[in-house]
Design a binder for this molecule. Structure first.
Ligand SMILES: *Cc1c(COP(=O)(O)O)cnc(C)c1O
Length: 292
């Protein structure tokens, strides 16, 4: 398995009706068919530390559709580490595509009740000094340090970096890597998750960087969607040939397009939108919902 970082920054794309700013996309969805998007970046320094500490197994947490779970499974396989995933909820009669993939990559799956999951309880048989724990979604300082290296794979002549925000780890990394005159705009994919700013702040000590999180484009909440979002994703694909996912990047592209129509970004701005992957999540949608 190899990751490919060449030619992943698009030229200026046409966002309908928007003329006064330039928009490019960093296509992290293209770096690998399974470990796509931001997850490899967030994982890289955790895995490096696990190796340095001679750990044998990575343990992490996620739901049945988690991009983080499948990326951890694939990355561990690539790095010769065992992987165990603590999955939220009872074992389902049939596994999601995500869980099947994770299993295919050799991850051991441990299903836990929502209650136990909430407390991030690790099964006793996994808790030993050969195990290395990574938080849900890769949240943490090493995750942010890894995410900061996302910007090594593009030029730095942008005025704004725009990204979807789940745990805020990627956003914290982008803030670290941004130059002082570059702004980072995050779009939260959760409803009213106002703790996010504190979470981001806890991972960066960057006082003189400008960033903000927009909370108006959650479409009902995490992994929720509405016809307007799906319609936008299809139209955006027709215009740009860029596929997006309904949990993260669809909401991001929608938000940036809408904000740009409302002249949120000053004329002359040059935006880089981070396509953070996640396309595997679309498999859970009814067939025919999306045109790609
Ligand atoms: C996990 C994920 C995010 C969110 O990253 P955080 O660092 O948790 O904020 C964004 N986009 C996609 C596609 C993801 O899978």
């Amino acid at each position: 398995m190899q990751l490919a970082f060449d030619d992943i920054t698009t030229g200026s794309i046409q966002f309908s009706g928007i003329k006064d700013i330039e928009v490019s996309v960093l296509r992290l969805d293209k770096i690998h068919p399974v470990i796509s998007g931001n997850k490899w970046f967030k994982l890289r320094y955790y895995l490096q530390e696990a190796k340095e500490q001679k750990k044998k197994r990575i343990i992490t947490f996620g739901g049945a559709y988690s991009n983080h779970i499948v990326a951890t499974a694939a990355t561990c396989k690539m790095s010769d580490l065992e992987a165990a995933g603590i999955i939220r909820g009872e074992e389902p009669p049939s596994y999601s595509h995500t869980l099947l993939k994770a299993k295919e990559y050799g991850m051991q799956l441990h299903f836990t009740s929502r209650e136990e999951y909430h407390h991030k309880k690790v099964p006793a048989e996994l808790l030993n000094d050969e195990s290395y724990l990574i938080c849900e979604g890769g949240f943490g300082e090493k995750g942010a340090e890894g995410a900061a290296t996302i910007l090594d794979h593009t030029k730095n002549d942008f005025t704004h970096y725009c990204c979807a925000v789940g745990t805020g780890t990627m956003m914290a990394g982008l803030i670290k890597a941004a130059l002082p005159d570059q702004k980072v705009t995050g779009v939260s994919v959760m409803k009213n998750n106002y703790e996010l700013a504190d979470n981001v702040r806890s991972l960066t000590n960057e006082k003189n960087k400008e960033w903000e999180i927009i909370h108006d484009y959650h479409f009902g909440g995490y992994a929720k969607y509405q016809p307007a979002l799906i319609g936008f994703m299809n139209e955006f694909y027709r215009q740009t040939h860029i596929p997006s996912d309904f949990v993260y990047t669809g909401k991001l592209f929608y938000a940036i397009s809408d904000l740009a129509q409302k002249h949120f970004f000053p004329a002359g701005s040059r935006l880089l939108i981070i396509h953070s992957g996640g396309l595997q999540g679309n498999i859970s949608l009814k067939k025919g919902t999306l045109i790609f």
